[in-house]
Design a protein around this ligand. Structure first.
Ligand code: ATP
Ligand code: MG
Length: 291
């Protein structure tokens, strides 16, 4: 499939660049997921029959115009919202609610951590819910804190930490449950540029150490190319996967070296172009009755 098929201003199948997909090790399968919201007595289709597979160990970034349905899709995948139709399958099991094997990190770290619990208490909570033994919980918390370099802050409360540190706690909490798939929704949008770069490198490190599969939503085209092994560009709503691009940069990423590579510039130009197409090929606020 090398051509972008656009029918009546609507992308019907994603354009795939550089992908020769023969792998069988599918972790997450999103099959024809559709989400229709009801608002003001009208139906609004945010996600349309969206299909994608994530394989073991993949780091995929999801970009798309604002309001295209990225968060909606992530919530449907995470089991936090029921799709109107279609299915999500994680490790062979249909997702019908928050799934054991999935962890989510959102942008609002301030709201996602419990202020009355210490850092280690916050990380340990989902492990208690999962009924892990005290010894196992202890080992997982230690491991997660070491992964994000926060051993010194384990007895601190979230409000005693900087925004970047709080987001590290949220990452540690997600990592500690040993998820098959980690979902991240613009997790670094609220931190400064320097901290953001550090957190990007941290996520790549954690991804490698834990051999995780990551789906990372970002507005930032450069960030998607720097972080991902694959970038999926979503169309405007009702959203579908418009473009699926392999990021063939060396696995060792470095903020200065990688970002100054000619290939990086080429890839970001390709993603940028696709996002522009997504913005201009507006399918608009389609009501279901009008489909
Ligand atoms: N609970 C809801 N009820 C009705 N419509 C909603 C609801 N949540 C989202 N929408 C609409 O669905 C569309 C997709 O929203 P969503 O938040 O998924 O987009 P997004 O791609 O994550 O946007 P952003 O890039 O700004 O975070 C938007 O038009 C939004 O207004
Ligand atoms: Mg969003």
């Amino acid at each position: 499939m090398t051509e972008n098929r656009v029918t009546e201003n609507r992308v019907t199948e994603p354009q795939v660049s550089g992908r020769q997909d023969v792998r069988q090790d599918v972790r997450l399968s999103v099959d024809q997921v559709q989400k229709v919201y009801q608002r003001d007595g009208e139906s609004f289709e945010a996600v349309r029959s969206l299909t994608l597979d994530l394989h073991q160990g993949e780091f995929a970034c999801l970009v798309g115009p604002s309001g295209s349905g990225k968060t909606t899709l992530l919530k449907c995948i995470a089991g936090l919202m029921e799709p109107t139709s279609g299915s999500v399958v994680l490790d062979g099991q249909q997702v019908n609610g928050p799934a054991k094997g999935m962890a989510v990190v959102f942008q609002e770290y301030g709201r996602s951590l419990y202020p009355w619990m210490t850092v280690e208490g916050n990380i340990e909570l989902p492990l208690k819910v999962a009924k892990l033994s005290r010894a196992e919980r202890r080992a997982r918390v230690d491991e997660a804190l070491a992964s994000v370099g926060l051993e010194q802050a384990r007895k601190s409360y979230p409000w005693q930490l900087s925004g970047g540190m709080q987001q590290r706690v949220a990452i540690a909490r997600a990592v500690a449950i040993h998820p098959s798939v980690l979902l991240m929704d613009e997790p670094f949008a609220a931190v400064d540029a320097q901290t953001r770069a550090e957190l990007e490198d941290l996520v790549r490190k954690v991804w490698k150490e834990h051999d995780m599969t990551i789906l990372f939503v970002t507005h930032d085209i450069d960030e998607s190319v720097y972080l991902g092994e694959r970038v999926l560009v979503l169309s405007s709503s009702p959203t579908v996967v418009q473009h699926d691009l392999v990021i063939d940069l060396p696995a060792e990423r470095d903020q200065l070296v990688t970002r100054s590579m000619p290939r990086f510039t080429e890839l970001r130009a390709q993603v940028y172009e696709q996002v522009q197409i997504a913005k201009t090929n507006k399918t608009g606020a389609t009501t279901v009755s009008a489909l």
